[in-house]
Design a binder for this molecule. Sequence first.
Ligand code: HEM
Length: 435
Amino acid sequence: MNLLVTLCSRKVDMPEGMDAENASLSQPFSLEHYHVSDEFGFVLPEPLEDLPPYYQPWMEIARNVPELIGSHSLRACIQQMPLLETDPLQGHRELRLAHLALSVMTMGYVWQEGENETVRVLPHTLAVPYWSVSQKLGLPPILTHADAVLVNWKKTDPQGEFNMENLELLFTLPGGKSVHGFFMVTLLVELAAVPGLRAIPQVINGVHQDNVTMVTRALESISLAIDGMKEALKLMHVYVEPSVFYGIMRIYLSGWKDNPSMPDGLVYESVQVEPMEYSGGSAAQSSLLHCFDELLGVKHEASSGAFLKRMRSHYMPPAHARFIQDISLSRPSLRDFVLERATEPLTAAYEHCVARLVALRNYHINVVSRFITVPAARAKELRLRGDGSEQEHRTITHAPTALEERGTGGSGIMSFLKTIRDQTRASTTSRSGTA
Ligand code: HEM
């Protein structure tokens, strides 16, 4: 078999006006080629903490979004902000920090007064540079997982470990400690996956070299990494308060696509006259599970598959989307290789991987139930009966009703997540299924 993996990077579907690189090349499959770090995976290594002094007007507002929302003055501050050029921004890291700062301001601007007093127009002082930076990066002009998690961190002690006590957010949103918990636990899930990402080239190159042992070992590493992701996800229960997530934070993560509170979308002033629609931030935009799905040959059902494809095409850094794409195009596929070789350790390693992925998705469903389904039911009950503590009233009864039953994609959350879990289970090579 050819030692070289042929990678046909197709043009990733991008929103109108955005360019994606389009490369066709032949080389062994490697992470580096896709801006995936050996040490940090999809997380941006050592993100910048500040922009040049010219951008202080942005940074001062972006760093104080929760306070300015609290005093109902964020919108006024943004309207008075000077219109800054984006040409002075140098390189990928400055652009990513600028996108994050502009994203945090935008979410605050739109949702400052909750779901009933939304806006139709994002002022040009924010919309024009935001659109420009988004185009340069190939990201949408809304807060994404790539902003809120992948670049929104620093270590308190640079020599210290990656743990919750040693991680700080660069920018935050209303919700206090739970915002830190939510984004940093998600960051730890990304980091836990890194050994699994490092094993992906070994699987693909191993299949091409017809090296059963290499593929088997790499699959075992991926299983361990998926278990590590699940362990990290458990920290959500320690660091995030469900009522705060549901009642305070969630609206700031929601978008203006399929959202009844903003049925027409949002006009980006001086960018385009017609309103535009974008989905809110979600870890469905993380590249991790997309990679493992493509590697293992998980086939999603039409509607959930379409949602995931949209997340991949429009809401991830283009290099990461190409990574996923090229995993999916690699031939022979891992699944065909496993079926064809049919050796006991290889098949067991593959089945185990699928089972671990099902277990992770099952755990995630429990998390979603605790952080969305249960508080949503409680909010409904409180609205009907009017009892409950003052604290409860301050948090969950103010949650947006438009988001009650829906995910950021507007889907019925639980049936969506269970379908994806069941399709994962169905990719097993045995008839009886696993997990
Ligand atoms: C409090 C914590 C969390 C909640 C409430 C939550 C909620 C949700 C919801 C509602 C969806 C449906 C799609 C959408 O609305 O965007 C979703 C999808 C998804 N979430 Fe989470 N999530 C949480 C944490 C995480 C974390 C830490 C990860 C891992 C990086 C993650 C990974 C995913 C993935 C990959 C999907 C797409 C469905 C799938 O592939 O199984 N979530 N999540």
